[in-house]
Design a protein around this ligand. Structure first.
Ligand code: CUA
Length: 316
C-alpha cells in the first residue's frame, strides 16, 4: 500500500518516518470515521417520530468520561514520545559521518566533498554510510529536500544548518528546493546518486585535478595564508589570537564567563562578526571579514581548521 501513497524509501530513517506518519493517519482516520459514523447513526436512531418519546434527560457517566479522557491522552503521549525519539535520531549526527559542504544560491546547489570534488545540482553518496551535510545559503532561504530520504532542511543565509542521512540502496533520487526563493525556484532541482561504496570511491577519485577540485582543507589553507590569518593565529599560540588546532568541538570560555561549544556556527560568526564572542584572555582586535570572504571561503577555512591536529601544524 505504501508504494502507492508514498515516494520510494531509500534511507535508514525513511521507513521509521513512514511508520509514524501512517500511525498518525490511521488514528485520525479511525476517529474521524467513528465520529462521523456515530453522528449519522444518532441522527437516524434518535430522529423525531410520532409515538416515540426519547428521554431528553442526559445522565452523566464517570466511566465514559474517564475513558474518553484516558484514551486520547495515551494516544497523544505515544505520538509525542514516538515523534520526539525519531526527531532526536534525525538531529543526532553519527560521529563517523562523511562530511559534505552545501551552499544554496539562486538557483542552484553547490556541493563539495572533503576530498575536493565539486558538484552542482547533483550529489553522489555511498550507501550504508552516514553522510553529514553542512549547509548554508549565499543569498535567500532555500530548503534541501530529498523525498526518498524523508528529509528536508531549510538553509538560511547567515548560519549553518546540518542534516544527515544514510542511503540504503543504490539509485537516483530527486533533490528539490522546497522554499520559494525567486523566479527560478521551480528549476532549482537536482538529484542524489547513491552508489555502492566501491563505485563511489572510484567516482570520487575520478575528478580532474586542479584548483577547482582542491580539497577544502587545502583551499582553506590558501585562504588562511592569503588573508594573513596566520599573523595572529600562530600555531604555537604565541600570536594575538588563539591557536586554532583542535578548536572545533571544544568548549571555550568567553570573556563574559559563559562557556560555549566552538561549533561550526561559532567559527563562522567569529570570522564575520569577531566581536560577538571573545574568548577569555584575548583582546577584541580582530577585524571583520564580512564581504571579503564568500560562504565557500568560510567553509574551506572551516575544513582547514578541522584538519589541524594538536600543535605544530599551521600556515607553513
Ligand atoms: Cu531555492 Cu527555492
Amino acid at each position: 500500500m505504501s508504494r502507492l501513497l508514498l515516494p520510494e524509501t531509500a534511507s535508514t530513517i525513511a521507513g521509521q518516518t513512514d511508520a509514524l506518519f501512517l500511525f498518525l493517519i490511521g488514528v485520525s482516520l479511525f476517529f474521524a470515521l467513528l465520529i462521523a459514523g456515530l453522528i449519522v447513526y444518532f441522527m437516524v436512531h434518535f430522529r423525531r417520530r410520532p409515538g416515540v418519546d426519547h428521554d431528553p434527560d442526559a445522565h452523566g457517566s464517570l466511566a465514559l468520561e474517564a475513558l474518553w479522557t484516558a484514551v486520547p491522552f495515551a494516544l497523544s503521549m505515544v505520538m509525542f514520545f514516538w515523534g520526539a525519539s525519531l526527531y532526536a535520531t534525525i538531529r543526532h549526527v553519527p560521529a563517523d559521518a562523511l562530511e559534505i559542504d552545501v551552499v544554496g544560491k539562486q538557483w542552484m546547489w553547490k556541493l563539495q566533498h572533503m576530498e575536493g570534488r565539486r558538484e552542482i545540482d547533483e550529489l553522489h553518496v555511498p550507501i550504508g554510510r552516514p553522510v553529514k551535510l553542512v549547509m548554508t545559503s549565499e543569498d535567500v532561504i532555500h530548503s534541501f529536500y530529498v523525498p526518498a530520504f524523508r528529509l528536508k532542511q531549510d538553509v538560511v543565509p547567515g548560519r549553518y544548518a546540518t542534516m544527515w542521512f544514510e542511503a540504503t540502496k543504490p539509485g537516483t533520487y530527486h533533490l528539490f528546493c522546497a522554499e520559494y526563493c525567486g523566479t527560478l525556484h521551480s528549476g532549482m532541482i537536482g538529484r542524489i546518486v547513491a552508489m555502492e561504496p566501491a563505485a563511489f570511491e572510484a567516482w570520487l577519485s575520478g575528478a580532474a585535478p586542479g584548483v577547482e577540485n582542491a580539497a577544502p582543507a587545502v583551499a582553506g589553507e590558501n585562504v588562511f595564508t592569503a588573508n594573513g590569518c596566520a599573523t595572529c593565529h600562530r600555531a604555537d599560540g604565541s600570536g594575538q589570537g588563539p591557536a586554532l588546532a583542535g578548536l572545533i568541538g571544544r568548549t571555550v570560555t568567553l570573556a563574559s564567563g559563559q562557556k560555549i561549544v566552538a561549533d561550526e556556527g561559532y567559527f563562522r560568526e567569529s570570522i564575520l562578526d569577531p566581536q560577538a564572542k571573545i574568548v577569555a584572555g584575548y583582546q577584541p582586535v580582530m577585524p571583520t571579514f564580512r564581504g571579503l570572504l564568500s560562504e565557500e571561503d568560510v567553509m574551506q577555512l572551516l575544513a582547514y581548521v578541522k584538519s589541524l591536529h594538536g600543535g605544530g601544524t599551521g600556515g607553513s
